[in-house]
Write a protein that binds this ligand. Structure first.
Ligand SMILES: [Zn+2]
Length: 433
């Protein structure tokens, strides 16, 4: 399939002057409006999945959709599907969207940008009076973040079959409230059979959540896949003793041993390669008291790399270091793997549409692998899927400081609109040419 470079302009698909265009003011106003649901004093969002603020954002999205005459359907795990019907409703649809939930002190754009850019695409098609051949369906996935209910990617996971509906409904938050109870309270336990929704292609727009696009001055990230993830819990078992009476030579200090392991994890990228992401994000110490030598520590470790063979190397280093530290510090260590996510490769044809759409609009683009997990990983198991990233300021995400520039938001929605328009006219068999 030929790649069209910016400005080559001889393709029949290239948008002409009368074609639909994103309305920048409406897009930016809608982003601001949705940032009021769960707004924090720090300029971010606290919109945990299925809390009151998430309910308000959902209600607003559905209200806008109903006013526009779109079809609003909710499935049993609360995923919202908003459809702008095409000329032939028997054809598989184009899926766009992301998630409206946030981290406890998260940003305004992680997830919400993808939903609202998708909404803007639907509204731009209305403005132009354009009936697409295929229907375009906007989705808001339930509990992407996993911050309140574990695991994340819950709504898309139910549709993909990685978690059962009954299991998902029974998941509890820290107060013991279940997903099912909250769906009922907010009125989002629907009956739509989303698992039978036929999807022609899926596009998710998202902020990069990393610094590469901004640093390189690139408008669009064409996401070819999501890197592999492995999580480990490392238990370090020593002996808790009195801090004042125990000589250092007699100690089995679990926290000091754990600190050595943290150093090893932080330096792993030096020996594996620069694409490795190795993080100790959490440490639990017992008894966690000033005047007691810690007897037990548990480290929660997150390792990521696009290539699972490199993760094998990192895991080998971790296991060797744990054995060495045990030997040196007189403690016992256990390494438990608690999560294995293989890498996801996105659909080449869908990725190519994004690349060509960016080029046709004169936007710079680069291929990249996603460092974060996304619902599109689950979608990709059922349908041709890909993602496009826009830059975010200083690569910041999962923080109230998360920010984007107006033109980045508009660029992403414009590329999405073009890719959706092309894909919506495709015949069966996914070939855009
Ligand atoms: Zn997200």
């Amino acid at each position: 399939m030929a790649t069209i470079s910016a400005g080559s302009g001889t393709n029949d698909d290239a948008p002409g002057p009368s074609d639909p265009r994103i309305d920048p003011d409406r897009l930016l106003a809608t982003l601001s409006r949705f940032a009021t649901f769960g707004a924090t004093d720090g300029g971010g969002l606290n919109r945990l999945s299925l809390g009151d603020a998430d309910g308000q954002a959902r209600d607003e999205l559905c209200a806008i959709a109903r006013r526009r005459g779109y079809r609003v359907e909710v499935d049993p795990i609360g995923n919202i599907f908003i459809t702008r019907p095409g000329l032939d409703e028997t054809l598989p649809v184009l899926l766009v969207g992301s998630h409206l939930d946030s981290q406890p002190f998260g940003g305004r754009y992680d997830g919400a940008y993808g939903v609202l850019a998708g909404l803007e695409v639907l509204r731009s098609l209305d403005d132009a009076g354009l009936r697409t051949r295929r229907s375009v369906t906007l989705v808001d996935w339930t509990n992407e973040e996993g911050a309140r209910f574990s695991p994340g990617l819950l709504g898309s996971g139910v549709v993909a079959g990685t978690i059962s509906l009954a299991d998902a409904h029974a998941r509890t938050d820290a107060q013991g409230i279940t997903v099912g109870q909250e769906l009922d309270r907010l009125g989002y336990r629907g009956a739509f059979d989303s698992s039978s929704l036929a999807v022609h292609r899926s596009f998710e727009t998202h902020i990069e959540q990393g610094p590469v696009l901004e640093r390189t001055g690139t408008d669009i990230g064409v996401v070819t896949g999501v890197q592999a993830i492995r999580w480990f819990d490392v238990l370090v078992q020593g002996q808790d003793r009195h801090a004042g009476t125990t000589a250092h030579s007699d100690r089995q200090d679990a926290l000091v041993a754990a600190a050595r392991l943290i150093e090893v994890v932080d330096r792993m990228a030096d020996t594996v390669d620069e694409k490795l992401r190795a993080t100790v994000g959490e440490i639990r110490v017992q008894p966690n008291s000033r005047n007691v030598i810690p007897g037990r520590a548990v480290l929660a470790i997150d390792l990521r790399h696009p290539d699972p063979a490199r993760l094998d190397q990192a895991e080998e280093q971790l296991r060797r270091a744990a054995a060495e530290v045990a030997e040196q510090r007189g403690v016992r260590t256990e390494v438990h793997q608690v999560l294995e996510m293989p890498p996801t490769a996105f659909d080449a044809g869908t990725t190519d549409l994004i690349r060509r759409a960016a080029a046709s609009l004169g936007r710079s683009a680069m291929e990249m692998s996603s460092g974060a997990g996304h619902d599109s990983m689950n979608v990709a198991s059922r349908a041709p899927a890909s993602m496009l990233f826009i830059p975010c300021v200083d690569g910041l995400s999962h923080t109230q400081a998360e920010d984007i520039h107006d033109e980045w938001a508009v660029n992403g929605a414009s590329v999405l609109l073009t890719a959706v328009r092309w894909a919506a006219e495709e015949a069966a068999g996914h070939s855009p040419e």
